[in-house]
Design a protein around this ligand. Structure first.
Ligand code: DP6
Length: 321
């Protein structure tokens, strides 16, 4: 019983930071994202009677410890649903090097959920796949549906899942990821979420979320790039304000992260529209219209401390291959 799936990573324009239910990974607020065309994970899950234990291989190397346990726990969820008890071999690879500093939990848990569910003999719809992927890693639920995506918060686990707002070809915008740091972060996003509440600004942030979601969805509908960019950049700064003021504080930026921000502002001053967003790490995502992508990519590559710049277009969600 074997299946292979591929799933993209995604970049959130309105971020998920803080949980309503930690175990079930129900977010404190809804979020909006876009799937990325060049950063995806391919995962094969093979359930077989010959396996005595679950094993997990990433880029050909056996993974043990916490990282592997999180994968095996996810397999348990699928086994329970399928009412079977076979052990599995999970083989996974990313199109981006692990050392690139790009988080792989979104693409990883989306691909794992789809491959494992099919290998276990289940045929789940997008909603159910998204809910299951969410329990593995919150942001993974947004990598299940296509293109531009909304993940709604809800009081009930069965109501918090991601849906596609627009297909990938809806809008020719892209995400240029400037890689400035490649070290594994000291505080994972899973741990970081739990600290959000300790920031005095967290409540204010949560109150501002419904309006931000409305604004970004309207900008998306109108393909109003200026409004879209203004909202997403301010939103990233808002999330990082909460991170930096939590207890203990979380500072994910490096000097080169700020240098890229300055380059983005300077490009805008010169009439080249682009806006930045940053997740729980130092790498910085620059969002621009596709017609400006090459020029901006060249400009970002020249910023001191930038190791490489990856270009991503909007992409479909998880697929069986
Ligand atoms: C900053 O999905 O990695 O990237 O649910 O604990 O696995 P867990 O967290 P994760 O958090 C992502 C946080 C973020 C913002 C976002 O992608 O919305």
């Amino acid at each position: 019983m074997k299946a292979t799936a591929q799933a993209p990573s995604n970049i959130a324009f309105i971020k998920y930071w803080g949980k309503r239910d930690e175990k079930l990974r129900i977010p404190a607020n809804s979020s909006i994202s876009m799937n990325l065309s060049n950063t995806y994970t391919t995962t094969t899950v093979d359930f077989d009677t010959s396996y005595k234990v679950d094993t997990f291989f990433l880029e050909g190397k056996r993974v043990t410890g916490e990282e592997a346990l999180r994968v095996f726990k996810h397999l348990d969820r699928l086994r329970n649903l399928a009412k079977m008890n076979l052990r599995a071999k999970v083989t996974s690879s990313n199109t981006f090097p692990k050392a690139s500093g790009i988080a792989s939990s979104a693409s990883g848990f989306a691909a794992l959920t789809l491959a494992a569910s099919r290998a276990a003999g289940l045929t789940l719809n997008t909603k159910d796949l998204s809910i299951l992927a969410r329990i593995g890693s919150g942001s993974a639920c947004r990598s299940i549906p296509d293109g531009f995506v909304e993940w709604k918060t809800a009081s009930d686990s069965n109501k918090s899942y991601a849906v596609s707002l627009h297909p990938p070809d809806y809008w020719a915008i892209c995400d240029l990821v400037a890689i400035v740091g490649t070290k594994t972060k000291k505080v994972s996003s899973s741990e970081g979420h739990a600290l959000a509440e300790s920031s005095p600004f967290y409540k204010t942030r949560l109150q501002s979320m419904p309006k931000k979601i409305r604004e970004i969805k309207t900008a998306l509908k109108k393909r109003d790039f200026t409004k879209f960019g203004e909202v997403l950049e301010a939103e990233a700064v808002s999330m990082h304000t909460v991170m930096m003021t939590s207890n203990p504080p979380l500072f994910y930026w490096l000097p080169a992260t700020l240098k890229v921000m300055q380059e983005v502002w300077s490009l805008r001053d010169r009439g080249v529209e682009c806006y930045f967003t940053i997740d729980a790490g130092p790498n910085i995502h620059v969002i621009c219209e596709f017609k400006n992508a090459k020029g901006i990519q060249t400009a970002l590559s020249k910023v001191k401390g930038v190791k490489s710049v990856l270009l991503n277009k909007p992409a479909p969600g998880a697929r069986l291959i």
